[in-house]
Design a binder for this molecule. Structure first.
Ligand SMILES: Nc1ncnc2c1ncn2[C@@H]1O[C@H](COP(=O)(O)OP(=O)(O)O)[C@@H](O)[C@H]1O
Length: 287
C-alpha cells in the first residue's frame, strides 16, 4: 500500500460557497468518442484554503468494489456529503425528465454518459448542497475519465484520492449481488463470497450486506447489473478510468487500498490507512 506523505485531516471549520455553477444546454447524452472543450460547462468553484473548508476527497475503483459503501461510511464519520454520480444519474432516470430515455439506453448498455450531462447533474447537486450549508465532499464515481479529472482540477482542489482494489474474481459476483431498496434507496448486497486460498494466495470471505427486515421484500436489482453489462462496465473502467488513477498518482494524491475482505475486516484497516483510526473516539469524546 503506497504511503501518502500528507493526508488532509478533516477540519472542524465549515465552509460555504463551495461552488457557483452556470448551466448549459445538453445536446447529446452519450460520451462522444473524441472530446473537445467547446461544450464544457462554465463552473466557478471557489478554491479555498484546506484549513477553511472540510475534506474534498475522491473514491476510485472498479464497479462493485465497494466505493459506495466505504465512501458513505466515511462521509458520515467526517460530516461531509457523499456524492455518487451514479446515484445522480439514477435519480434523473427515475424523474422521467427530458433526457431520461436517452440516459436509460446509455446506462443500460454499461456506457458512460457525456461529460456535459454529468457536470450538469453534479453542478445541480453541489448548488443544492451549498444552499443547505454543506461543507466538503466525498465524490464516488467521478471523475471517471481523464477529461473529467482535468476539468475538476481546473475548478477546485482535491486533497486525496482513495483507490479501492479488490481481486477480480469476486468483482462480478459482488456486482450481481447488488440490490437497492426501492423504498429507502439504500444499497445492499446479497452475495456471499467465499473464495478458497490457492497457490499461496489467501482466501477471502465477504458476508452479504443484508437490509433490515422492512426493506427485504422491496429489494430490486439495477438494470445495469446483468452479467453482460457488468463485464462491459469493467471493460470501460479499464479503458477510460484506469488512466484517472495515473492522473492522480502522478500528482502524489493517490492512496492505494487493497480491500482485505468484507466490511468488518476492511473498515478498521481503511481508517488506519487514512490516519482516522482514532478519529471516531476523539469525536465522540469531544461531543
Ligand atoms: N462520472 C461519470 N461519467 C460518465 N458516466 C457516469 C459517471 N458516473 C456515473 N455514470 C453513469 O452511471 C452509471 C452507473 O454509475 P455507478 O453507479 O457509479 O456504477 P458503478 O457500479 O460502475 O460504480 C455508469 O455506468 C454510467 O453510465
Amino acid at each position: 500500500m503506497a504511503a501518502l506523505t500528507r493526508i488532509s485531516r478533516p477540519s472542524s471549520i465549515p465552509f460555504s460557497n463551495i461552488t457557483k455553477c452556470l448551466y448549459f444546454s445538453t445536446t447529446s447524452a452519450a460520451q462522444p468518442e473524441t472530446t473537445n472543450n467547446s461544450y464544457l460547462p462554465n463552473i466557478n468553484f471557489s478554491r479555498k484554503d484546506p484549513k477553511d473548508r472540510n475534506v474534498q476527497w475522491v473514491f476510485l475503483g472498479v464497479p462493485g468494489v465497494g466505493k459506495g459503501t466505504y465512501a458513505s461510511r466515511l462521509s458520515t464519520l467526517l460530516g461531509v456529503p457523499h456524492i455518487a454520480t451514479g446515484d445522480l444519474v439514477r435519480e434523473e432516470l427515475a424523474s422521467s425528465g427530458p433526457i431520461s430515455q436517452q440516459l436509460a439506453e446509455i446506462v443500460n448498455q454499461g456506457k458512460l454518459v457525456s461529460d456535459e450531462i454529468i457536470f450538469n447533474l453534479l453542478s445541480k447537486r453541489l448548488i443544492a448542497g451549498e444552499a443547505k450549508g454543506e461543507s466538503g465532499f466525498i465524490l464516488d464515481g467521478f471523475p471517471r475519465t481523464v477529461k473529467q479529472a482535468e476539468i475538476l482540477e481546473g475548478v477546485t482542489d482535491i486533497d486525496l484520492v482513495v483507490n479501492l482494489k479488490l481481486r477480480e474474481d469476486v468483482l462480478v459476483e459482488k456486482c450481481l449481488g447488488r440490490r437497492i431498496c426501492s423504498q429507502c434507496g439504500k444499497n445492499y448486497n446479497v452475495a456471499s463470497i467465499n473464495v478458497k486460498g490457492e497457490n499461496g494466495n489467501p482466501g477471502m470471505s465477504m458476508a452479504p450486506l443484508l437490509p433490515p427486515a422492512q426493506c427485504m421484500s422491496k429489494l430490486i436489482t439495477r438494470a445495469d447489473d446483468t452479467e453482460e453489462v457488468v463485464k462491459e462496465r469493467l471493460r470501460i473502467y479499464n479503458d477510460k478510468s484506469q488512466p484517472v488513477e495515473d492522473f492522480y498518482r502522478s500528482r502524489g494524491k493517490l492512496l492505494e487500498f487493497d480491500l482485505p475482505g468484507g466490511i468488518p475486516a476492511s473498515w478498521p484497516r481503511l481508517l488506519e490507512a487514512l490516519n482516522l483510526d482514532d478519529y471516531e473516539e476523539k469525536r465522540s469524546a469531544a461531543a
